[in-house]
Design a protein around this ligand. Structure first.
Ligand code: KG4
Ligand code: ZN
Length: 384
């Protein structure tokens, strides 16, 4: 079964074709980072407008990279929740229209749950040399999409699919949670952040110390040259055994920057970064990353000891973080096979992969009725 997956919940316009929930045939991602970097974060209206400009070329490219025509596609899957409302609307409208025109079953997929399914991709299709394509931004602005393409480096996929029960650490710009999957669609939320998501903390801390958006990759890069013990930062203590909190860590980092630069809270925090040099920035990045990652790994290790899962996976944009991967592998007694970085951040392949398992148990939705749900959290089983 070949499924076209469409993802537009935030600032990536993405489409992919996946066969039988394990074989990646194509993966096209048009990121808007270049557009949002000048604002230091995602501007929702701009994101929606950019999705409109590129959605058709991205979908067409996903089909052609996979060597498919519409005849070959068995179903369409699209992110309907959660995300930015304007962004979700563009993807769902495109998917609904295509499902109606080509008479394909349509599956509505939860974005956060889908992140976990990047770990179920274990085979590459025929376009082995170019399994991930990123369309270049338009040169001239109008009509968006195709200044060209950048074939990405080869993907190294896990050698086998994770086995249930699966402990999933889901860490993105909007979510930080530990979820135990008993089966496809049958999961329980063990714990989650009580305030900021960890990716959000990476993004905010990057802003404080003057590193570019998105903060996660910038901090990871700067941290390579820094001392993770230079600025001792606190770990939050919470009642819930598996809950997280990152807002206090972000504030502690701000206070440390204020101390280092000889200013207090009366000095505008957005101007502090101009007083830092590269060495200080690297040390702040490394010190923050160290505690943020340790916090995630502490809770994951605790859940592992108490729940005895057969597999552990990490998912979401922050799962691309190498220090998180290193620390987790160091602390857990089982071999973890990580999904490639390009499949950790937002992509259409994870949407198409989850849709395959979903389709075994649930009916498609009507292309005439599907609504977006911008703030639907993943708290309990939705479809088992
Ligand atoms: O999953 P994602 O692409 O979008 C959401 O669903 O939120 O995650 C984006 C988040 C951003 O906060 C970004 O800073 C973070 O993932 N991120 C990273 C890394 N790459 C992306 N955080 C830490 N280290 C990275 N290497
Ligand atoms: Zn995401």
């Amino acid at each position: 079964m070949k499924i076209l997956g469409i993802e537009t919940s935030c600032d990536e316009t993405a489409a992919a074709v996946v066969e039988d929930g394990r074989k990646l045939l194509s993966n096209v991602i048009q990121t808007q980072i270049d557009i949002h970097v000048q604002y230091g974060g995602v501007v929702p209206e701009v994101a929606a407008r950019s999705h409109i400009e590129v959605i058709n070329p991205v979908i067409n490219r996903a089909l052609s990279d996979a060597g498919c025509t519409w005849e070959d596609i068995d179903a369409i899957a699209v992110t309907y929740a959660p995300g930015l409302v304007g962004s979700l609307l563009i993807g769902t409208l495109a998917a609904r229209t295509l499902a109606a025109i080509h008479d394909k079953p349509l599956y509505a997929i939860h974005h956060v749950e889908a992140h976990v399914y990047a770990n179920f991709l274990t085979e590459l299709g025929w376009s082995l040399n170019h399994p991930t394509t990123q369309l270049l931004p338009a040169q001239s602005g109008a009509n968006g999409a195709t200044g060209g393409t950048v074939p990405q480096t080869n993907l190294v996929l896990p050698s086998k699919q994770p086995e249930f029960p699966i402990l999933a650490l889901i860490v993105s710009g909007g979510h930080s949670q530990l979820v135990l999957f008993h089966d496809h669609g049958d999961f329980e939320l063990l714990g989650q952040t009580q305030d900021d998501a960890v990716g959000e903390a990476f993004d905010k801390v990057a802003k404080i110390i003057g590193l570019p958006y998105p903060g996660g990759p910038s901090i990871a890069k700067a941290a390579l040259h820094g001392d993770p013990h230079k600025y001792p930062l606190p770990k939050a203590k919470l009642q819930g055994a598996y809950d997280f909190s990152f807002s206090g860590l972000k504030t502690a980092l701000l206070r440390a920057v204020q101390r280092e630069t000889g200013h207090d809270y009366t000095f505008p925090s957005h101007a502090l970064h101009m007083l830092l040099d590269d060495a200080m920035r690297a040390n702040f990045a490394a010190s923050f990353q160290q505690i943020a990652v340790e916090t995630l790994v502490d809770k994951t290790e605790r859940a592992f000891r108490n729940c005895a899962p057969a597999s552990v996976v990490i998912a979401g944009g922050v799962a691309a973080n190498q220090e998180l991967r290193r620390q987790l592998q160091e602390r857990l007694p089982l071999k973890i096979e990580y999904a490639p970085m390009q499949l950790c951040t937002d992509n259409g392949a994870m949407i198409a992969t989850l849709a395959y398992y979903y389709a075994q148990k649930k009916d498609p939705v009507s292309p005439y009725d599907l609504e977006v749900v911008p703030s639907l959290s993943m708290t309990k089983t939705t479809w088992a």
